[in-house]
Design a binder for this molecule. Structure first.
Ligand code: NAI
Ligand code: MG
Length: 806
């Protein structure tokens, strides 16, 4: 038969392979052996300690790559440390020029980089060419801008220092760009550890740095696997650690870096919901699923891997989805008409298979395209290919629904009401992304606000841009990459580099039983009765039945305060959880409460000042100044309450992305002894101004100023449960808060040991932490005691993408 006629007959695709000659020539130039890139030069690849870079589509070894050990990591950190001095001293414009040069150079080598990435990772050339590499260039351009603007946009900030960055294999070059670009823009230098399955594009980038004239030591690359990553993460020459990868390793790094003063950002796993309402454009949603779970073979941290479909359209939706699955093409990644390429490595295929088999054993129903038969298995032998897969009849608690599969496997559930959809969506330890499909804006935005996730795509999915922050809620990690919010990960308020150590807070005196029954009259002459805790808007006896003595400036007993324990914190968290109406209020409404608080505190200024003077022994004038400053601080955050409200970005022609600062909901706060009223107010006011509810341990030695606030809180219309105060041993209570699963963030101001403890113990649910590492802060100073730093830590950015006119 005539060939053309036969093609028209079957409408089969012909082969359309991308040429890989340029990449082959590049590898030949390097004799297919690579060292590390340290201080502007490649190290000589030794014979020992190397690993193979493999093409997962064929099993072919592409190159041998040196595996870094401690010595290599040391050398790289040393190079980065040396380079930091001059790099951070460059003008913003000079650094911007370097970033711009990198962007240009990436564009110049775009096709080469796309082919190289496809060979090493297995992802389709269509994706590396049209998505990964253009986004890499975009990241460097965007951050050239932040380099230029750093001093205007982030006044009084300094680069954190040398950064260790560890990236995964699913978007090797893009993850490099997400990490390296903001670091260099801020004025930091970098040691990057690429992923063991995909070392090559980072090596090509190292070469680009050399070509582009980036000063030696600004970007350093060490190749290797988990052990190399662990050596880098543990290096004490780092000021910052940025990690993208599994939640498991993220948790290890959280524990290990605790107390090291390394700033940490974690971008971890996900099991992101893909919600389809019955009024969605179903055809668009079906194409959305293709992008959500079959983009990059489903090896995407934010993959829409949990479809949640409204009952009325579920049957239709699944039927159309199955029909669409028939037309997906799995095969040679370099073929321009391939939709799904190879999974990164045999170990990943094994993991996907194991999870799928476990799902089958549980009784879930698996659907794969009819072509995924023995013929497919034979034809793809030798490569890591897995067909697109759909599971239905799954139970919400099943591992299929709860665990990240990190492959082309979708699970699908149904719901009846919007409330049920949100509940199912949030029934996950993860909170990275969500995709919401509805033609009704009201429905879509309502769900977008209620879903606990760092990125929400309305009627779209898997959209990325350098200007739009990306990062998680819950166990998907903390910190953002991209946008203004991402720059903060690489900056510090400049004064913090010079901060002195906080004086030690001596241990509390031994607790004594509360003699509450005897009533106030029974207290020794001149003593107040035991001060209670404040939980859910009511005074509460400490569960322990113990109190501890509160002494005055000269060591004489003033009164006793409740010795709070684990149970008291639990009660306080429960009260805080119930006070969710506070988070849903407008900034305006919260501002009014804060103004009222300020007013009522001011009315009792003399009394508070006397209390502070007596407790701490400071002069009356200083005590009066502390009350005055506390009133001013409340007014400051009343002013801010309705103004720290996010940004709008237009990353694409028919797309807006809203960067909304959302409260953490429940924050645990541990206050220092210094400035017992002002520090308390300086921490609590920004947290509640942003809509959080708080559980606070006031100054352990001088708790009375906070306890005197109970009545002020009552008379100022602060709803019960918004501010809960548990007096007692700061570090004991901080430990309970750090471990509590219903607290999403912990702020701690105290000792270096206490800071380390909070960081380590927060690893359970990976809460965001903000600790002082034992350093002092001048609470009276407006630059240190208030401002954007506080609001930034009081919120997490949710990026909501919403298309229009499409
Ligand atoms: P991984 O978390 O082990 O690897 C990510 C990076 O961390 C790699 O560069 C690796 O070498 C490094 N690393 C591993 N152990 C380390 C340690 N102890 N200290 C410092 N660095 C370390 O992820 P892996 O093993 O590649 O994949 C396992 C699973 O993790 C996947 O099946 C997937 O579920 C998930 N994953 C999630 C990613 C995400 O972006 N959310 C990315 C990669 C994997
Ligand atoms: Mg590979």
């Amino acid at each position: 038969m005539n060939k053309i006629v036969s093609i028209l007959d079957s409408m089969e695709y012909g082969p359309a392979p991308e040429d890989d000659a340029v990449v082959r020539a590049w590898m030949a130039r390097h004799k297919a052996r690579f060292g590390h890139f340290i201080a502007g030069a490649f190290t000589r690849p030794g014979k020992a300690n190397s690993f193979a870079a493999v093409n997962p589509a064929t099993g072919e070894t592409l190159a041998e790559v040196a595996e870094g050990g401690e010595k290599d990591v040391d050398a790289a950190v040393e190079a980065a440390t040396k380079a930091f001095k001059s790099w951070s001293a460059l003008s913003g414009t000079a650094r911007a020029r370097h970033l711009y040069a990198l962007a240009r150079q990436v564009q110049k080598h775009a096709r080469f980089l796309a082919v190289l990435e496809t060979l090493d990772n297995g992802k389709p050339i269509r994706e590396t060419r049209d998505i990964d590499v253009p986004l890499v260039a975009r990241h460097f351009y965007h951050h050239a801008g932040w380099a230029e603007l750093r001093d205007q946009e982030f006044p009084d900030h300094a680069p954190v220092g040398v950064c260790g960055q560890i990236i995964p294999w699913n978007f090797p070059l893009l993850m490099l760009a997400w990490k390296v670009a903001p670091a260099l823009a801020a004025g930091c230098t970098v040691v990057l550890k690429s992923a063991e399955h995909t070392p090559l594009s980072a090596l090509a980038f190292a070469e680009i740095c050399r070509e582009a004239g980036l000063p030696a030591g600004v970007f350093n690359l060490v190749n290797g696997g988990g052990a190399t990553g662990a050596a880098l993460a543990a290096h004490d020459g780092l000021a910052k650690l940025a990690f993208t990868g599994s939640t498991e390793v993220g948790r290890v790094l959280r524990r290990q870096s605790a107390g090291t003063r390394k700033k940490l950002s974690l971008e971890l796993g996900g099991k992101s919901p893909f919600i389809v309402f019955d009024n969605a454009d179903l055809d668009a949603a079906i194409e959305g699923v293709v992008d959500a779970i079959w983009f990059n073979q489903g090896e995407v941290c934010c993959a829409g891997s949990r479809a949640i479909v409204q009952e009325g359209v579920a049957e239709k939706f699944h039927a159309r989805l199955k029909a669409r699955m028939e037309t997906l093409r799995v095969g040679a990644p370099l073929d321009k008409s391939t939709d799904i390429g190879a999974v990164v490595a045999p170990v990943q295929i094994e993991q996907i298979r194991a999870r799928v088999e476990a799902g089958l054993r549980e009784g879930a129903v698996l659907h794969q395209p009819s072509w995924a038969d023995e013929h497919f298995v034979r034809a793809t032998k030798g490569g890591c290919f897995f067909p697109p897969s759909l599971f239905t009849d799954v139970s919400p608690a099943s591992p299929l629904v709860q665990e990240e599969i990190f492959g082309p496997v979708l699970v699908s559930m149904t719901f009846r009401t919007p409330g049920e959809a949100v509940a199912l969506a949030n029934n996950s330890r993860y909170g990275l992304a969500a995709s919401i499909w509805s033609q009704n804006l009201d429905t879509a935005f309502d769900a977008a606000r209620k879903v606990k996730a760092g990125v929400v795509w309305i009627n779209s999915t898997n959209m990325f841009d350098a200007a739009v922050g990306f990062g998680g809620y819950k166990e998907s990690g903390f910190g953002r990459e991209g946008g203004r919010e991402g720059m903060f990960e690489y900056l510090l308020p400049a004064w913090q580099k010079r901060a002195r150590a906080l004086p030690e807070s001596p241990p509390l005196a031994a607790p004594v039983p509360v003699d509450d029954e005897a009533g106030p009259g029974a207290a020794p002459a001149g003593l107040d009765r035991t001060v209670k805790l404040y939980v859910g808007g009511k005074q509460a006896r400490p569960d322990s039945g113990y109190s501890y003595p509160v002494l005055d400036g000269r060591g004489r007993l003033i009164t006793e305060a409740g010795h709070g324990n684990r149970k008291d914190i639990r009660n306080a968290v429960e009260a805080a959880r119930k006070a969710e109406a506070w988070s849903a209020m407008t900034g305006h409404a919260r501002a009014q409460v804060l103004y009222f608080l300020a007013e009522n505190l001011e009315l009792r200024a003399a009394e508070f000042a006397a209390r502070i003077a007596r407790m701490t022994g400071v002069a009356a004038k200083k005590a009066a100044a502390e009350v005055e400053a506390s009133v001013a601080r409340l007014i400051h955050y009343a002013a801010r309450a309705d103004k720290y409200d996010g940004r709008v970005r237009a990353p694409q022609p028919r797309m807006l992305a809203l960067a909304l600062p959302e409260p953490y909901e429940v924050i645990g706060i541990s206050c220092p002894d210094e400035a017992p009223l002002l520090a308390f107010v300086s921490l609590v006011a920004p947290a509640i101004a942003m809509g959080n509810r708080v559980v606070v341990t006031p100054s352990q030695h001088h708790p009375l100023a906070a306890c005197d606030l109970y009545q002020v809180l009552d008379t100022s219309d602060v709803p019960g449960g918004v501010v809960n105060i548990v007096t007692g041993d700061r570090d004991q209570l901080a430990s309970v808060m750090a471990k509590h699963n219903d607290i999403a963030a912990c702020w701690y101001v105290g000792s270096a040991e206490g800071s380390a403890m909070v960081e380590a113990e927060s690893a359970g649910n990976l809460k965001a932490t903000w600790v002082n590492d034992g350093k002092a802060r001048d609470w009276f100073d407006a630059g240190q005691g208030q401002g954007e730093e506080f609001l930034f830590h009081a919120t997490r950015i949710k990026s909501i993408w919403t298309p229009f006119g499409v």
